[in-house]
Design a protein around this ligand. Structure first.
Ligand SMILES: Cc1ncc(COP(=O)(O)O)c(C=O)c1O
Length: 450
């Protein structure tokens, strides 16, 4: 294997220091001259490395003003897109969202309650709706409490901010929801990268990592993981729970995409309730504008999180909770889950039909994303640029990377476009970019998990 040129090794070192929290947003990097002297490199090599790190979005600034670590903007890139065809945003298609008319009438009847502060755990009817929501997505356990959060992202941030201390390390998959990185950076928590195998985050690697280094928690997405679509079977969850018990890890179980999985296996929180916080979200099913998620957790952990929520926002918005409660109670939430699931499956069929000849099929995965593995001749960043120049937004692996050791790939989020026709148009454009001039049926260097 050819060794990296020294400037790229330096870029890789900066990337892993940023990903693992040794370098924080705003930290100043040494001057070219200083670092060159320290590492025994030429100032030109350091300048080239800083320029490359700037190009990759790791650092910002200039030789004169000084170079600083950039805020990791993965969330910005993941949530919004100004391109005509949006395969980058993970928001659900608004045209099959909930009908709000009947629900808003129900909300108006609660005017008196909405005029005052609600308790941090919501009113009893909100928690009852949370229980119904959890039952709808098959999360049930007699020993579990339900606690509303202002979305799953808030839940992730509250859980790690409450249960971990500044300077602690949380393990997460090598390709991970960027909101975990943002929350970890906010709380001064380091993220240690764990590779995936075909079933998701690899427990034996987590186990050996815990033997080498103090790890306090593990973050996982057992259902239709963002961005790779992995879903863990029960035995993988059991092994993870065993490793977590052995090393006394807190488990943050982010089940935001659970509604996209048909018959998901029993949740980790029911296997290890004393150490697990399960988070859910209404954003991917109902709508992102309503900031509500329901956490399922033991009463002891619930008490700790309740205090943090109170310190942070006093209480989850009662107006949002009221609307979500109405949508759960009148059956609309269940109907929308059905529509979202059917749409994701249908759009994946469309993708298989349109790009299947140019892109080899890998085992099917769950959720509203395609995960495209890149041929070694091209980087996902380069392909993202090419797609954007044709008006199609997609998301490269670097946005999800917690370290440097991950395969290159591209996330194509099929949920945001409002019509199947837009999905078809976008996929056809992408296909032209992947395989210029490739004849149908010839061997492909691309591969996709649909
Ligand atoms: C895995 C995961 N967790 C959490 C979130 C954020 O959820 P919410 O909108 O409920 O904060 C997302 C959004 O894409 C996600 O993919």
């Amino acid at each position: 294997m050819r060794a990296n040129p020294p400037y790229l090794s330096l870029v890789a070192a900066i990337a892993s220091d940023v990903a693992e929290g040794r370098l924080r947003a705003g930290d100043a990097l040494p001057s070219h001259r200083e670092l060159a002297r320290h590492l025994g490199l030429s100032p030109g090599t350091v300048a080239k490395a800083y320029a490359e790190a700037r190009r990759r979005g790791l650092v910002e600034g200039s030789r004169r003003a000084g170079t600083r670590v950039r805020y990791i903007g993965g969330l910005d890139r993941m949530l919004s897109s100004a391109y005509p065809i949006n395969f980058a945003s993970s928001q659900p298609n608004p045209s099959i969202g909930p009908d709000l008319t009947a629900a808003l009438t129900l909300v108006r009847r609660r005017q008196a309650d909405l005029m005052r502060y609600a308790p941090p755990e919501g009113y009893p009817r909100h928690r009852a709706a949370g229980q119904s929501w959890l039952a709808m997505i098959d999360v049930q356990g007699p020993e579990l409490d339900v606690l509303p959060t202002s979305g799953a992202q808030h839940g992730v941030s509250m859980a790690i901010g409450t249960l971990l201390d500044t300077g602690d390390t949380i393990a997460a998959g090598s390709l991970c929801y960027p909101g975990l990185m943002a929350a970890a950076q906010f709380h001064g928590i380091q993220v240690a990268s764990v590779p995936h195998d075909e079933l998701g985050l690899a427990p034996e690697v987590l186990d050996s990592l815990c033997r080498r280094r103090k790890i306090r928690a593990v973050y996982c997405m057992p259902s239709a993981a963002n961005p790779t679509g992995h879903t863990m079977p029960l035995n993988r969850k059991q092994t993870l729970a065993t490793v977590a018990a052995e090393h006394d890890l807190i488990v943050i179980e982010d089940e935001t995409h659970r509604p996209y999985v048909n018959r998901p296996a029993q949740a980790i929180v029911t296997l290890a309730p004393e150490r697990t916080v399960l988070l859910t979200s209404l954003s991917k099913v109902l709508m992102g504008g309503v900031r509500v998620g329901f956490a399922a957790l033991s009463p002891e952990l619930g008490k700790r999180l309740r205090r943090s929520i109170q310190a942070d926002v006093l209480a989850t918005s009662a107006l949002d909770l009221e609307l979500v409660t109405a949508l759960i109670e009148n059956g609309e939430a269940a109907r929308v889950i059905g529509r979202r699931y059917a749409e994701a499956e249908r759009r994946k069929e469309i993708a298989a039909r349109l790009i299947g000849d140019a892109v080899a099929a890998l085992p099917r995965r769950d959720g509203p994303y395609l995960w495209l593995e890149m041929p070694s001749s091209m980087s996902s960043e380069a392909l993202t640029g090419m797609a954007e120049s044709r008006g199609v937004a997609v998301t490269p692996a670097s946005v999800f990377a917690t370290g440097t050791d991950h395969g290159d790939g591209l996330r194509v989020a099929l949920s945001a476009p409002v019509s199947d026709a837009d999905v078809e148009r976008g996929l056809k454009l992408l296909c032209e970019i992947f395989v210029p001039g490739k004849s149908r049926g010839s061997p492909s260097t691309w591969a996709a998990h649909y």
